[in-house]
Design a protein around this ligand. Sequence first.
Ligand code: ADP
Ligand code: ZN
Ligand code: MG
Length: 643
Amino acid sequence: MSKFALPGSPLSPPKKNNGGKKQPEGFFGSPWQLLLQVMVALLLVWLWQESLQRATVTTIPYSTFLDKLDKKEIIGCTITPEEIQGKMLVSAPTKKEGETKAPTPAFFRTVRVEDPNLVARLQSAHTTYSSVRPSLLSQLIFSWILPIGIFFLIWVGLTRWMTRGAGYSLLNVGKSRARLVAEEGTGVSFADVAGCQEAKYELQEVVDFLKSPARYRALGAKIPKGVLLIGPPGTGKTLLARAVAGEAHVAFFSLSGSEFVEMFVGVGASRVRDLFVQAKGRAPCIIFIDELDAIGRQRGVRIAMGHDEQEQTLNQLLVEMDGFDPNEGIIILAATNRPDILDRALLRPGRFDRQVVVDLPDVQGREAILRVHSKGKPLAPDINLQEIAHATSGMSGADLANLMNEAALLAARRKVQKVGQADLLEALEKVVAGPERRSLQLAKEEKKRVAYHEVGHALVAAATPGADPVRKVSIIPRGRGALGYTLQLPPAQQYLFTRSQLLTKIRCAMGGRAAEEIIFSEVSTGAENDLEVATTLARQMVCLYGMSESVGLAHLIPSRPGLAEVPSLDGHVEYSGETARLVDQEVQRILEKTYEEAKAILQKERKTLEEVTANLLKKETLDAAEFLALLPESAKQPLSTPQ
Ligand code: ADP
Ligand code: ZN
Ligand code: MG
């Protein structure tokens, strides 16, 4: 029943798929493909004509034709050496008896029989007749050019669709689908990338080289062949690579690692070869391989299928990287968020020997990113991006871009001219806890439980010195399964956490469940998310930070190099079963101890718990000031505002 904005806990960034922009390339790859496509189109046209004729032209015996001629039911006809075609009148059958309908014209065809009297009979019947097909041009247009055109369009459409949907076209397998972005670079400049000063500084050198390679060559300086951008998702790696091309005004080949890996063995390798051939023709230029980890995984440790394929692709990449001189003016940029799984050979000197870390933005970086993304969005005078920057610790550039957009959407919905601070705060809540779901009606008893739970969190936080101040308590349900939430925001960006600070976080997470137990003498399923947060933190304390006496000074889970991000806990275990048991015991001990502490706090402040909850049930949300006003001196914590 609670969602927290925990500093340092990476919020899942919105999945941004660059793949959507993919343009299928050259429709006609080679003369053979052209031939094949034309043949298929002709076949389809022929089939179409056949069926058309079958459907609308009635074949009648010659005798019937003569019959109709005598009855003057033949309107006109064309005589060719083989057959007679034309229009005749057919009296349509009617349902009601005695009623005759006007005869309708229909096309007919009959085999021509050698009949010397034919012309005379046609004459006497006053039928128009000729021996040439009428209007050869219209015949040609209607029966050939038009259908061929239609089929061609359908074919192009289908090919496009296939290329987009399945990610490849059978006819284009093996061709590199690197997208060539405009000659004059990408139009993105370093000014569009906020924060990441160090990364920009490193990449400036690459830009300089691409702009004036002669200066470097004259001094005999060797420019790095490859630069690897390392950082968590959404931190602007792709954006930086595009900015390098934009600043240097050079061609930019970009390809995602996953695009190399196909179902056919050898295709990836030939794509790599093709990419380098194309790039060499366009030097100076930048080759950008996004998501390098998709092809650059360590060889020999893969479990899934496609083992050989990846290995071949990677080998080809290594060969190509060795095979050119960087002074030719080609620089390879690559990006990854998993440098730990990359094959060591890729990181060797002469390949991606330069690594640039693009980390999650700090508080100034976040403010700058918010500012960049507020371009084109009129801001109200009350806007304070600094406050938002302080409140968004752990968010990536992509998260912040999304936040800014959400705020603009909310302002538009309010039908106001400018984005206000309230919109930004609302958007922040929406991003952190999901959108409000006012339609979700909770039963009275359930609502009461949610309220006690949330106030439990808030009171434990308020009563603990050093806990992040409570900014908002709410029992308006929000998306992603939150029935209520307590928003705690850190007063400032924090890079280090002490042992007691971590224990405080765990204790606050326990507050909800503790309150439920005190009031209802029974717990509910609502504390799942809290337990998840608490358990993760406790495990990190024991396994990563050496903060437990009995386990001691050990780092038990391999972390990712180069990232300030919290290492993942799903890595493989590198310790004995005995240690594992000890770790479990320690984690359990921490969780139980903090839970008891939370319960003790709430039992002492039980009266306050009741009062605040009654208020929350009435108002549904309490902001920081309202909440603090309800607290007695004993349970008050000054709300330190961000500087
Ligand atoms: P990555 O490749 O690291 O996963 P992207 O470069 O695709 O991240 O970033 C996604 C989006 O997030 C960008 O298009 C941009 O709008 C925004 N963004 C990320 N980092 C920054 C930044 N430092 N400055 C400005 N915008 C950023
Ligand atoms: Zn909770
Ligand atoms: Mg990217």
